[in-house]
Design a protein around this ligand. Structure first.
Ligand code: ZN
Ligand code: ZN
Length: 337
């Protein structure tokens, strides 16, 4: 069978090996689609921290079951499945507290261990969710949307709240749409006019604000001077991360979803006066995945607008680099196996 490996930064190879053999408790899967995310782009560029090569990427996966033992999830050969790519230890204090998403020993398929950029792949049945009624594009976007669902859960968003989401990449757009569908008033913020136009025209986000020196005033106008009761950062950019408190209401929550590699600094009186609740949101849980699947089943999520690029795996190596250019307008690229 064929697979694609990121051999060293900047180099993918299309190679051949024998199909994997299934261990006890595992299912053998045929990979159908692999979504590409920021992590994959960073891994390819060589600026992903703690990343080792060679590595088979791919953690946003849609698959069909080729072989599986009888199981209590009722999953059988031929079913379409979502794969939860986070492998937690089940023993550490986070796992014991119902937070396997921030397990001390967390291993993510396609990042810490080999992922799904291969024609066949073996995965523990524990990580599978049956989703035969969803399309393969929908199945492959469950993981990135679950990141947003987890962030909304961390903030315990209520209908009617004013939210600001900084960053209109795939994670930010996911948070915006999921929050809007749950009844929140959402405001999108980005430094790119093109991204804001996409959020408004294609994603139906009514309020978009350019992240410049006038942003605070515009958000004040849109919230009758109250500012946003929850602000989400989906940029991972130090400058953006340090500006989020300006858009937050007194008594509000600030939720960090994007990851920066730097130290952040806040003016203490500014965060103290607002009695800021600072929340980090890491990965997602099985429950977040299930909630996203429910939203996709309802047909309310604009999957076709989210998946901007689709390409056959044999051609991926030649075009991957072009996806790094913001001009390519990639929200979510899919590699078809
Ligand atoms: Zn991802
Ligand atoms: Zn653990």
């Amino acid at each position: 069978m064929k697979y694609i490996v990121c051999q060293t930064p900047g180099s993918f190879l299309l190679k051949e090996k024998s199909p994997p053999s299934r261990k006890k408790g595992e299912a053998l899967l045929k990979i159908v689609k692999v979504g590409i995310c920021g992590t994959d782009l960073h891994a390819f560029s060589g600026n992903q921290a703690f990343f080792t090569y060679p590595r088979i990427l791919g953690h946003e996966l849609s698959a069909e079951i080729l072989e599986i033992d009888e199981n209590d999830k009722g999953i059988i050969a031929g079913d379409k499945v979502v794969i939860m790519p986070y492998v937690s230890c089940g023993k550490c204090i986070a796992c014991r507290s119902g937070k396997p998403n921030c397990c001390q020993e967390l291993k993510v398929l396609g990042i810490h261990t080999d992922g799904g950029m291969q024609e066949q792949f073996c995965v523990s049945v524990d990580l599978l969710i049956k989703a035969t009624d969803l399309s393969h594009d929908e199945i492959a976007i469950v993981e990135p949307l679950a990141i947003g669902m987890h962030a909304l859960g961390r903030a315990q968003i209520q209908p009617g709240e004013n939210l600001v989401v900084m960053g209109c990449g795939p994670i930010g757009l996911g948070i915006l749409k999921l929050a809007q569908l749950s009844g929140a008033n959402v405001i999108a913020l980005d430094i790119s006019k093109d991204r804001l136009r996409y959020a408004k025209e294609v994603f139906g986000i009514k309020h978009t604000v350019l992240a410049d020196s006038g942003a605070r005033e515009k958000i004040a106008e849109l919230t009758t001077n109250n500012m946003a009761t929850a602000v989400f950062d989906a940029t991972g950019n130090k400058k953006a991360l340090e500006s989020g408190i300006d858009y937050m209401a007194h008594g509000g929550r600030y939720i960090l979803v994007g990851l920066s590699k730097e130290s952040l600094s806040f003016h203490h009186p500014a965060i103290h006066a607002k009695e800021t609740t600072l929340l980090c949101s890491r990965n997602a849980t099985m429950e977040d995945f299930r909630q996203v699947i429910q939203v996709l089943r309802s047909g309310q999520f604009p999957t076709a607008a989210f998946v901007t690029h689709n390409i056959d795996f044999t051609s991926m190596i030649n075009v991957f680099e072009s996806w790094l250019d913001p001009k390519a307008g990639v929200i979510k690229a899919m590699v078809n196996f």
